[in-house]
Design a protein around this ligand. Structure first.
Ligand code: NDP
Ligand code: GDR
Length: 384
């Protein structure tokens, strides 16, 4: 057991949930900031939630928002954390084109609010800060693979806001000697990934289609290439960053890049479905060519096979230009040599393991939906 206290902004998100679990296992007292919402928004951390009425809790949630300096300052002042992980953000790149000012406020100024609160409260020497920086900073390809020395060229309001977050973190480290660090994390996914990010959208859809709960999957740019890792590996890296004597910035990535189209094929492959892609640009489609019956039955279930078989020759994947971005990031591939050498970090999951983990989880989830539908209960049918 250690007596360290950590504060996680964005604890209800994908990374926040994995990180909270990771830190609790290490004996930390974990505080998290959650936003007020009209519905419960703690689904990802419900399994570690502790009743506020019990004594000696080690997971404590506070209402808050990164756009509210007074709230942030009060919480940090009350807790006096040893470590702050600033994961809270409006994290959807496409949505940031719709709400650019909000993205700038939360993702950019939100970082400043954390740093300045720590400084004003006299915690500059005590509190170590992790800033959730991103491979989106690289944006327009300048060089590959991308490392800590690659120039930035952000391509979305999200990435521009995160650029401010990156530099203000470096500035507070240099100006005030704070232990302020950037993790420049490449895309990382998991069964807890938000449903509108591309990998999860794909694995959910493949699972739904296999059970007749969805007809077709509509996607945007199938040519985009991403360096996808597993969120479980990446939260371990966040912690390692804060355990170093000297603050610094690190790229965290797998070093392998994959096209969106290939992730689609891999996900459908898990259910034994072989897709044939034909056509170009907005006219490209993915047609179900054949099914490996044994694999389908093993991973989905015999009861769904006959219906699914009717889809052979049909289009299961199509392009909808509404998912294109005004400016796109075409190619990301990270060089995490520094993290490997200095933090001793390397990923345990490769892409096939990640995809399998997500598919297994979504097939299970959709089976529940399928049973509910059969029982006459409403099934959530909203997908984006
Ligand atoms: P999620 O979108 O899953 O989670 C974001 C979290 O931030 C949620 O808890 C969300 O709350 C919270 N949040 C949103 N707006 C505010 C606000 N105004 N005030 C306080 N909290 C807010 O993101 P991830 O877990 O995937 O990512 C974590 C961080 O890492 C983000 O900063 C993201 O930009 C960054 N990042 C992510 C990468 C990835 O591939 N996942 C790669 C590189 C960086 P709620 O649940 O209520 O919506
Ligand atoms: P990204 O992740 O923008 O890299 O940001 P996302 O999964 O949204 O997109 C990855 C690539 O897939 C293409 N794409 C689609 N994307 C979505 N969301 N929906 C689609 O239908 C679709 N079709 C194709 C995109 O154009 C893009 O090229 C994520 C977020 O977690 C950020 O917060 C984080 O900083 C970066 O990863 C690293």
């Amino acid at each position: 057991m250690n007596n360290k206290v950590a504060l996680i902004t964005g604890i209800t998100g994908q990374d926040g949930a994995y990180l909270a679990e990771f830190l609790l296992k290490k004996g930390y007292v974990v505080h998290g900031i959650k936003r007020r919402s009209s519905l419960f928004n703690t689904e990802r951390i419900d399994h570690i939630y502790q009743d506020p009425h019990i004594e000696n809790r080690n997971l404590i949630l506070h209402y808050g928002d990164l756009s509210d300096s007074l709230n942030i300052t009060r919480i940090i002042g009350d807790i006096r954390p040893d470590e702050i992980y600033n994961l809270g953000a409006m994290s959807h790149v496409k949505v940031s084109f719709d709400i650019p000012e909000y993205a700038a406020d939360v993702d950019g100024l939100g970082t400043l609010r954390i740093l300045e609160a720590v400084r004003l409260l006299g915690l500059a020497e005590k509190t170590r800060i992790y800033q959730a920086s991103t491979s989106e900073l690289y944006g327009m390809v300048q060089q590959v693979p991308q490392s800590e020395t690659t120039p930035f060229y952000p391509r979305s309001p999200y990435a521009v806001a995160k650029l401010y977050g990156y530099w203000i973190t470096v500035n507070y480290r240099e100006a005030y000697g704070m232990h302020a660090n950037n993790g420049i994390l490449f895309n990382h996914e998991s069964p807890l990934r938000g449903e509108t990010f591309v990998t999860r959208k794909i694995t959910r859809a493949a699972a739904k289609i296999s059970m007749g709960l969805q007809d077709k999957l509509y996607l945007g740019n199938l040519d985009a290439k991403r360096d996808w890792g597993h969120a479980k590996d990446y939260v371990r890296a966040m912690w390692l960053v804060l355990q170093q004597d000297v603050p610094d910035d690190y790229v965290i990535a797998t070093g392998v890049t994959t096209m969106v189209r290939d992730f689609v094929a891999m996900s459908f492959g898990y259910i034994g479905a072989k897709l044939r892609f034909e056509g170009e640009g907005v006219n490209e489609v993915g047609v179900l060519e054949s099914i490996d019956q044994e694999l389908f039955i093993k991973n989905v279930g015999e009861e769904y096979f006959n219906d699914f078989q009717q889809n052979v020759g049909k289009t299961l994947v199509a392009v909808d230009e509404k998912y294109f971005r005004p400016t796109e990031v075409e190619l990301l591939i990270g060089d995490a040599t520094k993290a490997k050498n200095k933090l001793g970090w390397s990923p345990k999951y490769d892409l096939a393991m990640l995809c399998e983990d997500m598919m297994m989880s979504d097939v299970k989830l959709m089976k529940r939906e399928s049973y509910l539908k059969e029982g006459g209960y409403l099934v959530m049918n909203y997908f984006e």
